[in-house]
Design a protein around this ligand. Structure first.
Ligand code: ADP
Ligand code: MG
Length: 595
């Protein structure tokens, strides 16, 4: 093909999102997502600066909380409505605002390619009606684009998935973005994609997670200093960014710290915000919202007249699906792994570009993503099939995670005065480590003299060459040990599905090795689940002790009983009993504090 026909044929793939937009192209047979300033993601926000200059993307987004009057976000929600929005002193239709975003992406592509581009495929949610689709088309035209096709977002995502060449497959596309959630059941056969059912909530997404985290930060600050930071736009703006940043880090990190200096002042002295947030704590904030999405998953399956077992693959789309709790809850409901091998925030634009290439008659090679075909983790004391064992496999990097991957989990020592933690490193898919493959051991010796529950942060970093770097850090002291395992896993490709299954079979035969494995098992840390229950219990005991003095003799006795019960349960690391005693103690403490 000559350069000229290439130029003529080129069709942009555009994901015009509520929160973020992305543009992708197929160039020289290869799919490319176009980046600028180090990122492919263009926030779908438009604004005017103080001099009336147009801002698009991150700068507009950054000024939103401070200058809502001259900033517009989430315009996609208004597409197809006969309304105008105000920015500064001007009125705009939703199409005009969307056109500004589309033109920005068009120009990005032209800068990359060095020639003008006219044609584009633009994606919309499956639930968009004709008016909304027409408005999207009109926005494209205002931006100087011929919209050759409008396609559904789940369809686009499915186009980047390499399905079986002939057999039909049923995919479940779960898309949790910034401000919207939808789930679609998609059938794909010989490259033809059909949306069978789609459900969702247009008011649910990562923004809500940010808001919950922001409130959590503000509540804590208010308790400590008596100042409500939500009342100050400047403080709120900073904290909203900090909350989103913390949220994103919590997808990979077990614990993050949020530090905002000079966030407020009291009696002329500056006040700083300094908080540590554990992933478990964050998960308890968002749990209710995450569970809410399952209702729609059930509804979509019911509409398509299918059971969860009919789904051959779950595709995760939308930045918020990087949240481990979302993946966990969904995998649990569907009874199958959901670790998507797509790029959650890029796959829709990529699919649009694939569709564009198909229309232009350009061949696209398979869309490949480097992934790890095996789960990597450590052996801990934790729950396997409802009983507690020292052979619990705690996953740190899940199978099918795109590479490079860098994740941390928080563990805790099992015994008072424990001097060392010997961590067995395993690879495999079974909950019981004895059925997985041991690939190394890391010894962290010389721990501080502390009670059981001494926190140990374990980090796994797996690079593209399959080299795994593991570090274990005692959080209280910073004591750290590292281990590097070359070739921890063979690097997989997106179609690694079959390879991983073969490996699963190989792992089963390892059962014969049980004894040797057992002999070398040195388990000295608790699973995050046990550690969190213990931590919660300890906190409650101290709350209980605080209200003890003021309680009447009868309540005091009940209080002491419950504290003792909880202490016994903690000593035994017995989670059901810890939870049980914690619930009773919490009720009583709550009642006594109120009285
Ligand atoms: P939309 O399709 O609604 O435009 P995206 O799919 O781009 O939105 O998702 C944006 C949301 O994803 C934001 O709320 C953002 O904070 C969230 N997000 C991005 N990366 C992560 C991450 N690593 N972990 C959790 N949430 C993330
Ligand atoms: Mg999206």
């Amino acid at each position: 093909m000559t350069a000229a026909t290439g130029e003529m044929n080129l069709i942009l793939g555009i994901d015009l999102g509520t929160t973020n937009s992305v543009v992708a192209i197929v160039e020289g047979g290869k799919l490319k997502v176009l980046e600028e300033s180090g990122t492919a993601i263009l926030p779908s926000v438009v604004g005017l600066d103080e001099r009336g200059e147009l801002l698009v993307g991150a700068p507009a987004r950054n000024q939103y909380v401070l200058f809502p009057d001259r900033t517009i976000k989430s315009i996609k929600r208004k597409m197809g409505e006969d309304v105008t929005v105000t920015m500064g002193t001007n009125q705009y239709s939703p199409q005009e605002v969307s056109a500004i975003i589309l033109r920005t992406l068009k120009e990005r592509a032209e800068r990359h390619l060095g020639f003008p581009v006219r044609r584009a495929v633009i994606t919309v949610p499956a639930f968009f009606n004709e008016l909304q689709r027409d408005a999207t088309r009109a926005a494209g035209e205002l931006a100087g684009l011929e919209v050759v096709r409008i396609i559904n977002e789940p369809t686009a995502a499915a186009l980047t998935y390499q399905p079986h060449p002939t057999d039909p497959e049923t995919l479940l596309v779960y898309d949790l973005g910034g401000g919207t959630f939808d789930v679609s059941i998609v059938r794909i056969e010989r490259g033809v994609v059909e949306v069978l059912a789609s459900h969702g909530d247009t008011q649910l997404g990562g923004d809500d997670f940010d808001q919950l985290l922001l409130n959590h930060l503000c509540d804590g600050f208010q308790r400590e200093h008596g100042i409500d930071l939500r009342q100050s736009p400047a403080a709120r703006s900073r904290l909203l960014h900090a909350a989103e940043d913390a949220k994103i880090r919590l997808s990979d990190e077990a614990v993050v710290s949020v530090e905002e200096e000079f966030i407020s002042e009291k009696d002329g002295a500056p006040l700083h915000l300094q908080v540590e947030i554990h992933r478990g704590e964050y998960e308890s904030l968002i749990g209710r919202l995450v569970t809410k999405t399952l209702k729609h998953v059930d509804a979509a399956l019911a509409d398509a007249r299918l059971n969860a077992t009919d789904v051959s693959k779950v595709l995760l789309v939308g930045g918020s699906t990087r949240t481990p709790l979302v993946q966990m809850v969904l995998a649990d409901r569907l009874g199958q792994p959901v670790n998507s091998d797509l790029h959650p925030d890029l796959s829709v634009a990529m699919g649009a570009a694939v569709q564009g290439a198909l229309i232009a008659g350009v061949d696209v090679g398979p869309v490949l993503v480097d992934i790890t075909p095996h789960t990597l983790g450590i052996e801990v004391y934790g729950r396997v099939n409802d009983s507690l064992t020292t052979h619990c496999f705690s996953r740190v990097i899940h199978r099918n995670t795109p590479l490079p991957a860098n994740r941390s989990e928080l563990y805790a020592t099992c015994a008072d005065g424990q001097e060392a933690a010997h961590l067995g490193i395993f690879q495999g898919e079974q909950n019981d480590t004895r059925y997985n493959r041991k690939i190394g051991e890391l010894r962290l010796e010389g721990l501080a003299d502390a009670d059981a529950g001494n926190e140990i942060l374990v980090r796994f970093a797996l690079d593209l060459d399959g080299m795994l770097k593991i570090s274990a850090t005692e959080r209280a002291t910073g004591l750290e040990r590292q281990l590097t395992i070359e070739n921890a896993v063979q690097r997989g490709r997106r179609d690694a599905k079959s390879r991983a299954d073969q490996t699963a079979a190989a792992e089963t035969s390892l059962r014969d090795d049980l004894e040797s494995n057992e002999a070398s098992a040195v388990v000295e840390v608790q699973s995050p689940e046990v550690a969190a229950a213990v931590q919660r219990g300890r906190k409650l005991i101290s709350n209980g002790q605080n209200v003890l003095a003021a309680a009447n003799p009868e309540d005091a006795e009940e209080l002491r009983d419950l504290i003792e019960r909880l202490e016994t349960a903690i000593a035994a690391c017995d989670i059901p009993s810890i939870d049980d005693a914690s619930a009773s103690l919490e009720d009583l403490v709550f009642y006594l504090q109120d009285a």
